[in-house]
Write a protein that binds this ligand. Sequence first.
Ligand SMILES: [Zn+2]
Length: 288
Amino acid sequence: MFSRIWTKPSTKSCSEQLERLKAALQDCDAVVIGAGSGLSAAAGFTYAGERFEQHFSDFAQKYGIRDMYSGGFYPFPTQEEFWAYWSRYIYINRYQNAPKPVYDDLLKLVADKDYFVITTNVDHCFQKAGFDKKRLFYTQGDYGLFQCSEPCCQETFDNEAVIRLMMERQENMKIPTELLPVCPHCGKPLTMNLRSDDRFVEDEGWHRAAEQYENFLRVRAGQKTLFLELGVGYNTPVIIKYPFWQMTVRNPKAIYACINLGDAYAPDDIAARSICIDGDIGEILTQL
Ligand SMILES: [Zn+2]
């Protein structure tokens, strides 16, 4: 439905776009934030380089793993090694705070607005920064939850205690066998509650959040709504990006804003009501 010719409003001056976004934030009745991995990257959750070296140099040496993300797909020979890797991954990306206060700055901008957040991020940063849990929809899961690998049930399990134990007790890149997590119902291994295939468990909390998101959009249809897209790429554009474009097309009072380092675009159909800023999200938020 969208033309293939892209508009690039980021060629307009950045300060003009910033002013338009400031005005839109002040003027709107509601803000729908759509956040992708670029937002957490701006907050310092990077998956390669120094952070990777600091926590995974042994895995890099033994298996040639180059960054945290690709290491998540490595076929480790034992479950004990698999969980040594993943417990570190989950611990530093879920239970430690983001290095930079980007999420806190974002909350300051929308705290007194009628807002809702939809995100493909699974690192819990919105909740840690104090965003209202009832205004959040984590579509792709949460590093802080386990699910049955089968799955035999549509249930998730908080993993903080066991992840901390795995961190404390791992040696030579292995966790003790007795810490291997198993499903309390069927005894099969537990795994992360992350959407990677059709075995992803959508628990009660997931369905509640999905419903709250739909309700938010339905009740505010036709209002002056700002669709604020932050760091969303093209891995899963059907979750945030394309729906934001479509909702902006359908609502003449809506504004679409896209902040993205290197990839800030809007389709022609909504160019006049779009604000595109190509830059570091953290820096831009502090200027608003
Ligand atoms: Zn099970």
